[in-house]
Ligand binder design. Structure first.
Ligand code: C2E
Ligand code: MG
Ligand code: MG
Length: 718
């Protein structure tokens, strides 16, 4: 090893000629070098061993052992590539000697006669060169040591992708590197001279070559991840590529299978619903994104099902959260069974089947589940799955000894019909689910553009309805009610109308349910009541007749705490006698909460107004209650009247209702009488009053005033 620059450098001078030695020593001293001497080859070897000189000047011709033999013996004894520079001193123009000198390992030569002034510089030059070589050797040894210490496999490639070098990682000598060759000949040398494409599957080699081009052009480090399957076991690798020269790339390959497994584990945790173990919202959204892409590319259709349990809150509230959790788990198991991939993939398409169909099921949170149905050929297929899901939910669940029954509401959105992004598809499936719920639960509904239109116009209508009252867009029409026996008009029913500024006339069947839903029915109802009472009072003054006015009350109005107050003040403000006001209620409104009904009815009775049951026969009412409620009249729904007289069944029902009502001392009104024949038949059955187009359409107040004035008779109403 060369000495540090500050240390003295020693040169061994081997020559049998003492004069030569002296001259050489003198010359070396002049350039600042120390020297030791040897008289022949054997002495030279002994000195080299014991004194470890930094350079040897060796004469070729020496007794006992010449310079050639001494040099080759010296080289033979050296290890680890460390070599002391040897300058051979040859005879003049002895080309053979020069050649031989190199063959036995000489570093350089000088020939006699020696040019003394430059010999010193020659020696210094050789010393410096051999020092540089020694440093390189150390750096190389260090590099190799570092590379040997890391588990990575490393290799060098030229710009064309041929291996220049290949060193297998020490942990997996036969794997971990870019290899598709037989692992048996694991040593790295077999790669040298081969091309990347000979040692890796084409797809991976292609990616590696692409990245290599970038690495050489940009000098950035790039990595390529790939998977190799060996004896059925998949291993993951990462190759990092770095340019070491304009035409060479160093690659380090690491086995990242362990990291991949950890990542997979983390992914599972992040994408799994903790309670049920099925994919969560995040996972579903990503599945949806993938499916969107796949379906767009493949020109396919798919459906998103959104399921919500109908009474989950009730179960949570009554049986506790533990039971709720258990139910959700059982539900997800049933869903998993019902949505096996084989069920989801449409028939005849198994070659391209979605093998991970179960991933298509997810819990979004709470009691909301989603199912993705890929490769949809017909919409019916989505409805079939929805049907199967509903059936699966119908079987009772046994939880903590309780037999629990649940139903599910399902909404379905379709790609591409309903939307072409995941957000819309999920939202629309959700909307459809709500629609299903509002249609009576345990239902499955398709989302369709017409549904959106419905909702949009619903919203618009609601905004309009809020303004309708202030803008005087509402008005009342009145339909006469005739006493059958006397043929007199004894009452009118007030019916509300809405003249919409853009849409024109809107029927109450369209806007009353909306008014109910939004609570607007309360102010609208109050306005109807007051207007009707005022009108009845006006007719009374104009015609001197007592005319009963009927006003429809919706369920929401009936439940309103202030109802009796509102009715009372309408009567007081208009001066109408209470007995001339009749409130029409449906059976459903009355039967909803019998106890509350009794209280409200009691208050109304105290005021002195009458009650009648509207649309009788279409709901369910208990005769027992009707009697207790003290209802004055039953109005037979027009659906029973419209088929008369031909429809014998309805005729029988009508007759029975009339008999039953009379038995309870109630008056019977037939609604929707459109023909003379119907009137005759109803008269025959003993019906008390009739109302319908045959006797008069709902008309404005002026028309009714004229009608009343034409009839000059002034009989009091019953
Ligand atoms: P309803 O109380 O049963 O009113 C009778 C309905 O039958 C009226 O429809 C009337 O125009 C119609 N009608 C009468 N005679 C005939 C006939 O011979 N043939 C046919 N086909 N129909 C006939 P309208 O005015 O469209 O009202 C529908 C429903 O809207 C009413 O049914 C009532 O439930 C509700 N409604 C109307 N006005 C009000 C109101 O001011 N408040 C509340 N809460 N509901 C109202
Ligand atoms: Mg009515
Ligand atoms: Mg009716």
């Amino acid at each position: 090893m060369p000495s540090a620059p500050t240390q003295r450098v020693t040169v061994l001078v081997a020559d049998d000629d003492p004069v030569m030695r002296l001259l050489m020593l003198e010359m070396l001293a002049q350039v600042g070098l120390d020297a030791i001497e040897a008289g022949d080859g054997i002495e030279a070897l002994a000195q080299a061993r014991s004194s470890r000189p930094d350079l040897i000047l060796m004469d070729v011709d020496m007794p006992r052992m010449d310079g050639f033999d001494a040099c080759s013996a010296l080289r033979a004894a050296e290890r680890d590539g460390a070599c002391v520079p040897v300058i051979m001193v040859t005879g003049s123009d002895d080309i053979d000697a020069v050649t031989h000198a190199y063959e036995v390992g000489a570093t350089d030569f000088v020939s006699k006669p020696i040019n003394w002034p430059i010999l010193g510089h020659r020696v210094l030059y050789v010393l410096r060169a051999s020092d540089a070589i020694a440093r390189l050797r150390i750096a190389d040894a260090q590099n190799r040591a570092v590379l040997a210490a890391i588990p990575d496999t490393f290799f060098r490639l030229n710009a064309d992708g041929f291996y220049l070098d290949y060193e297998p990682g020490h942990e997996r000598p036969s794997q971990g590197g870019p290899t598709s060759a037989s692992p048996a000949d694991g040593a790295g040398t077999r790669f040298i001279g081969r091309h990347l494409t000979d040692t890796l599957p084409p797809e991976i080699a292609g990616r590696m070559l692409d990245q290599m081009t970038t690495v050489l052009a940009t000098h950035q480090v790039r990595s390529v991840e790939y998977e190799l399957v060996d004896a059925g076991v998949a291993q993951h690798f990462e190759a990092r590529l770095v340019a070491t020269s304009p035409s060479e790339v160093l690659g380090l390959v690491r086995d990242i299978s362990e990291r991949k497994r950890a990542e997979e584990q983390i992914r599972r945790l992040a994408y799994c619903d903790g309670l049920t173990g099925i994919p969560n919202r995040q996972a579903f959204l990503e599945t949806l994104e993938r499916e969107l892409h796949r379906s767009k590319v493949g020109n396919k259709k798919f459906a998103v099902l959104f399921m919500d349990l109908d009474a989950f809150k009730r179960i949570n509230d009554t049986l506790g959260h533990n039971a709720g959790d258990q139910l959700l788990k059982m539900v997800s198991e049933r869903l998993r069974d019902t949505t096996r991939p084989s069920d989801l993939v449409s028939r005849g398409d198994s070659s391209e089947a979605h093998t991970d169909g179960v991933n298509n099921l997810a819990r979004l949170g709470g009691d909301e589940f989603t199912i993705l149905i890929p490769d949809l050929e017909r919409v019916e297929h989505a409805l079939n799955v929805a049907h199967r899901v509903k059936e699966a939910m119908r079987r009772s669940f046994l939880i903590e000894g309780n037999e629990i029954f649940v139903t599910a509401s399902i909404g379905i959105s379709l790609f591409p019909e309903d939307g072409d992004d995941s957000g819309s598809l999920l939202k629309f499936a959700d909307t459809a689910m709500y629609h299903a719920k509002s249609c009576g639960k345990n239902n499955a509904k398709l989302y369709s553009s017409s549904l959106t239109m419905q909702i949009m116009s619903h919203v618009k209508l609601e905004v309009g309805l809020r303004r309708a009252l202030q803008n005087d867009e509402l008005y009342l029409v009145y339909q006469p009610q005739r006493d059958v026996a006397s043929a007199e008009i004894v009452g009118v029913e007030a019916l509300v109308r809405w003249r919409h500024p853009e849409r024109g006339l809107i029927a109450p069947t369209e806007f009353i349910p909306l008014a109910e839903e939004t609570g607007l029915i309360v102010p609208i109802g109050e306005w109807v009541l007051r207007t009707a009472c005022r009108q009845a009072r006006t007719w009374q003054r104009l015609t001197q007749r007592t005319l009963r006015i009927a006003v429809n009350l919706s369920a929401k109005q009936f439940k309103d705490e202030n109802l009796s107050q509102i009715v009372l003040s309408a009567l007081l403000d208009t001066g109408l006698e209470p007995r001339l006001l009749e409130l029409e209620l449906t059976e459903g409104t009355l039967m909803d909460d019998a106890r509350a009904t009794m209280v409200t009815l009691e208050r109304l009775r105290n005021i002195g107004v009458h009650l009648s049951i509207d649309d009788f026969g279409t709901g369910y009412s208990s005769m027992n209650y009707l009697k207790r409620f003290d209802v004055r009249a039953l109005k037979i729904d027009r659906s029973f009247i419209s088929g008369l007289p031909q429809d014998s069944e309805n005729a029988a029902i009508t007759r029975a209702i009339i008999a039953m009502a009379h038995g309870l001392k109630m008056v019977v009104v037939a609604e929707g009488v459109e023909t003379g024949e119907q009137l005759l038949l109803l008269e025959e059955y003993g019906c008390d009053m009739v109302q319908g187009y045959y006797l008069g359409h709902p008309s404005n107040a002026e028309t009714i005033t004229e009608l009343l004035q034409v009839v000059q008779l002034m009989l009091p109403a019953r």
